[in-house]
Design a protein around this ligand. Structure first.
Ligand code: NAP
Length: 260
């Protein structure tokens, strides 16, 4: 057996130094925490958002105050033209992208019999179409990067389904197949694609769910609490890092023990 090459020096405190990261939907909730975490690791972060300028600005300001680099990158991910313009701005300011986190997402919940074609289409267009549009815009960057990373934020709901969320569950389930396929198409160049499937996380999105439904959901979580956005970011940091270089095409649940 060959001698081990495992290293023993302390971990690099800024493992993403010099790498450009894009976080879609980085102005609030889980995306904001991911943006902070990638910046904490030394990544230069483009904080995408659709309409919450002040929140996105606040994320950028806080990152810059910590001594790291960030920019606000407005653009509706469901619109390929806006994504193209946003990608140009990111390239101009931060250069080629190494890590893309497709996090932007919406819900329009209704039981199936009341769900309109518009409710269906809007959610598919943002959650699935937005992931396609952004991946398309940064695909060449990620493929040619030395440590290219595509990280898609799905949901346990894509695995389990959920009452009143046919549109959302379908969009999130679609991300598994998308991730797996991109993993195969990126593998030849050494870049990876993985999917994080959070459970229920305390953000504006969960806030929209009626209290009694929240209580029903919470009672089924083995760890007996909803996640904080900070509970999700460790997995994203790992996937973005060199430690995950032999991992691709995977769906990683971070869900408090929910079965699926
Ligand atoms: P959130 O608090 O509602 O934040 C959503 C973020 O996405 C905001 O930054 C928002 O930007 C952005 N966004 C929405 N539509 C957009 C669009 N068309 N173009 C660009 N940005 C857009 O949501 P969250 O709870 O943090 O969820 C983040 C991701 O995690 C979503 O993909 C969600 O499906 C997934 N997830 C959430 C939970 C949960 O329980 N919260 C569980 C599992 C998975 P603006 O501020 O400009 O609107």
């Amino acid at each position: 057996m060959s001698e081990t090459t495992q290293r023993l020096e302390p971990l690099d405190p800024r493992p993403l130094a010099g790498r450009t990261c894009v976080v879609t939907g980085g102005s609030r909730g889980i995306g904001r925490s991911i943006a902070f975490e990638l910046a904490r690791c030394g990544g230069e972060v483009a904080v995408n958002y659709r309409s919450s300028d002040a929140e996105a600005r606040a994320v950028v300001d806080r990152i810059e105050e910590s001594g790291e680099t960030a920019m606000a990158a407005q653009g509706d991910v469901s619109d390929p033209t806006q994504v193209g313009r946003m990608a140009e701005e990111v390239h101009d300011e931060l250069g080629s992208v190494d890590v893309l986190v497709n996090n932007a997402g919406i819900t329009i919940d209704r039981k199936f019999e009341e769900m309109t074609h518009e409710d269906w289409q809007q959610v598919i267009d943002v959650n699935l179409g937005g992931t396609f549009n952004c991946t398309k815009a940064f695909f060449e960057d990620i493929r040619s990067a030395e440590h290219g990373r595509l990280i898609n934020i799905s949901s346990v709901v894509g695995q389990q389904g959920n009452y009143g969320q046919a549109n959302y569950a379908t969009s999130k389930g679609g991300l598994f197949a998308f991730t797996r396929t991109l993993a195969l198409e990126l593998a030849g160049d050494g870049s990876t694609a993985n999917c994080v499937a959070p459970g229920f996380v305390k953000t504006d999105m969960l806030e929209k769910v009626p209290e009694r439904v929240q209580e029903r959901i919470r009672s089924k979580i083995p760890l007996d609490r909803f996640a904080e956005p900070e509970d999700i970011v460790g997995m994203v940091r790992f996937l973005a890092s060199d430690h995950a270089s032999y991992m691709t095409g995977q769906v990683l649940g971070v869900n408090g023990g929910l079965e699926w």
